[in-house]
Design a protein around this ligand. Structure first.
Ligand code: ZN
Length: 229
């Protein structure tokens, strides 16, 4: 595994490995987690996936995504769905000149639709591209799951004294209002879930489980045994 930004051009001309592109967001994650939470998670997943793939290269993360639902909270910076889709299409086209396959690793649920469209477009153009989105099966946003992940990945960035419960209504129940009015309308502190009690150990386990599931799929796809995007 190597990092694109640290490699030299001749090294990459010989590598022949897959490129993994982490895509995150810059959006509020409650009073206790940093705005770059999703980017850190996407990078961590990409690096762990790359570690199991010979010759894989990890690109610098794209730290902006589609975060309109987090508008109204200071610090949220969103480039919107259209721009995100265009960036990933252009990046994939360009990267395909060097790499035989491009894997987009998403760290933010709100990026799902534009990333699916972008990867679909690249595939329709005859390029080998795939979208990978880790599923942690936890609460929705800045709750126990993401807090555990950050405690595992970047504990110094977690403001432990600010940890507080947000709205704990289930996501399916919240979704209609969330879609209409955004996170601020349903959770004044920006948290969907309850981060209290999260631990680094839990975060490491979540990460390992998510990566294990994705790694097998990715290897099969790279070996050409499975072609669905
Ligand atoms: Zn997040």
């Amino acid at each position: 595994m190597s990092e694109l930004a640290a490699a030299t051009s001749p090294e990459l001309a010989r590598s022949g490995g897959v490129l993994l592109v982490p895509v995150g967001s810059t959006e509020q994650h409650g009073p206790h987690l940093p705005l770059g939470t999703d980017t850190l998670v996407a990078e961590a997943v990409a690096r762990r996936l790359a570690a199991g793939l010979p010759g894989a290269v990890v690109a610098p993360a794209l730290p902006y995504g589609s975060s309109g639902e987090h508008a109204g909270f200071a610090g949220t910076v969103s480039i919107g769905q259209e721009a995100l889709e265009a960036v990933v299409v252009e990046l994939g086209r360009s990267a395909s000149a060097t790499f035989p396959a491009v894997v987009v690793v998403s760290g933010h649920g709100g990026n799902a639709a534009p990333l699916r469209r972008a990867v679909g477009r690249l595939v329709a153009e005859g390029r080998r591209a795939r979208l990978v989105a880790p599923a942690f099966h936890g609460d929705a946003h800045a709750g126990r799951t993401e807090t555990a992940l950050l405690l595992a990945l970047a504990p110094s960035l977690v403001r432990s004294e600010q940890v507080a419960a947000g709205v704990t209504t289930s996501l399916p129940e919240l979704l209609p209002e969330l879609r209409r009015s955004g996170v601020a309308a349903v959770s004044p502190n920006g948290v969907l879930g309850d981060p209290r009690g999260a631990t680094a150990e839990e975060g490491h386990a979540l990460l390992e489980a998510a990566v294990a599931g994705l790694a097998a799929d990715l290897r099969a796809w790279l070996d050409g045994q499975e072609v669905a995007p």
